[in-house]
Design a protein around this ligand. Structure first.
Ligand SMILES: Cc1cc2nc3c(=O)[nH]c(=O)nc-3n(C[C@H](O)[C@H](O)[C@H](O)COP(=O)(O)O)c2cc1C
Length: 147
């Protein structure tokens, strides 16, 4: 069981992932840092940026460039099993849009969306569902001591 996530300086996604209390690795914020390469199937947790791509006339970019770089590495992309996206309901139809884009491009299920740091209920539901469906999703099971 592995969570891979990106979080900007505001740290909302990091706060959500920390509450899940599952093994996790962070995609670096700065391009100057070494890129992350993983070696185990993972669920990606990704915040949405782009600022309401449906209304903007410019090129829509709801997936952060750091996440695009990480997924452009085939060693990472072939281990992606599912995506969870963060966002803000203020963005209406574009709430959690990064998850739609990643799911469509990479052919994986979009299993959950949450707002900002997620509620306690979001955390409980995601943790329970990832643990109980690990095998269905193609994730390695978590050791009993971490459950
Ligand atoms: C410039 C900007 C654009 C955003 N665009 C969207 C958007 O299109 N859809 C959405 O659901 N949330 C959008 N958000 C909200 C972020 O996804 C949300 O604040 C998220 O929790 C940020 O996670 P982070 O602190 O881990 O980076 C945007 C936030 C910012 C600052």
């Amino acid at each position: 069981m592995l969570i891979v996530y990106f979080s900007s300086a505001t740290g909302n996604t990091k706060a959500f992932v920390d509450k899940l209390d599952l093994p996790a690795r962070r995609i670096p914020l700065r391009a100057s840092e070494d890129g992350l390469v993983v070696e185990e199937p993972f669920v990606l947790v990704c915040p949405t940026y782009g600022g309401g791509v449906s209304l903007a006339k410019r090129q829509p970019k709801p997936v952060p460039p750091q996440v695009i770089r990480f997924l452009n590495d085939e060693r990472n992309r072939h281990l992606l099993r599912a995506v969870i996206a963060g966002g803000n309901t203020n963005f209406g139809a574009d709430y959690g849009k990064a998850g739609d884009v990643i799911a469509a491009k990479c052919g994986v299920p979009y299993v959950y969306r949450f707002e900002l740091r997620g509620t306690d209920e979001d955390v409980a539901v995601v943790r329970h569902n990832l643990l109980s469906h690990a095998e269905d999703l193609g994730l390695e099971p978590l050791g009993a001591e971490r459950q």
